[in-house]
Design a protein around this ligand. Structure first.
Ligand code: PRP
Ligand code: URA
Length: 209
């Protein structure tokens, strides 16, 4: 079974609280998403492999640890996952970025795919799938299905707010994918929105409502 990491760091909790507030502007919402992605990404990349290399400092040769490869892919689930990309790229600027486009059917709440474009060498990359919300878990599970169908293997999922239902669905569908979340909320409402949540993450990020 995959591991679930919940971030209890005060800075992250404070920033998530600001994102939840109805009167937080689109500009602030976007900035907070980027800041949280950086804080979470710092921890989620903890297990990236290192290799020992010899370098020259101005004074002598020495052995230092550097990343073994820069073979990382960030895969936002469109639209709202885009809010996490800049923060992750600030940490790993050489990462490739793939995109999976999914929206939830408003009646069935099932994910509908409309786009998928991944780096061609996705099978060799450490993949970070990012999306602020894990509600029913349908979108994350489907996005990871697409990535695995195209050869992706080494996958981590990062989100801001998760419902218990979504965590269960994702763990069952992809027991090999560890999940990093900033807050685990109470439940879903009758429209499959997370309670208390922050509303519609895509609309708040792009100002479309
Ligand atoms: C939101 C969110 C997730 C999905 C989560 O996207 O960004 O992708 O819902 O819900 P689920 O766990 O029940 O699948 P939405 O479908 O609203 O699309 P958008 O990002 O384009 O607004
Ligand atoms: N998608 C969102 O953007 N918010 C929710 O609460 C659930 C799904």
């Amino acid at each position: 079974m995959s591991k679930v990491y919940i971030f209890d760091h005060p800075l992250i909790q404070h920033k998530v609280a600001l994102m939840r507030k109805t009167d937080t502007s689109t500009k602030d919402f976007r900035e907070l998403a980027k800041e949280i992605a950086m804080l979470m990404g710092f921890e989620a990349t903890r297990n990236l492999p290192l290799k020992e290399v010899e370098i020259e400092t101005p004074l002598c040769s020495t052995k230092v640890n550097m990343l073994e490869g820069e073979d990382i892919a960030i895969v936002p689930i469109l639209r709202a996952g885009l809010g996490f990309v800049d923060g992750m790229l600030a940490l790993v600027p050489n990462a490739k970025v793939g995109h999976v486009g999914l929206y939830r059917d408003p009646d069935t709440h099932e994910p509908v795919e409309y786009y998928c474009k991944l780096p061609t060498d996705i099978d060799k990359r450490q993949i970070f799938v990012v999306d602020p919300m894990l509600a029913t878990g349908g979108s994350a599970a489907a996005a990871i299905d697409f990535i695995k169908q195209r050869g992706g293997k080494n996958i981590t999922f990062m989100c801001l707010i998760a419902a218990p239902e979504g965590i269960e669905v994702l763990q069952k569908a992809h027991p090999d994918v560890d999940i990093y979340i900033a807050a685990k909320d109470e439940r879903l409402n009758e429209h499959a929105y997370i309670i208390p949540g922050l509303g519609d993450a895509g609309d708040r990020l792009f100002g479309t409502k």
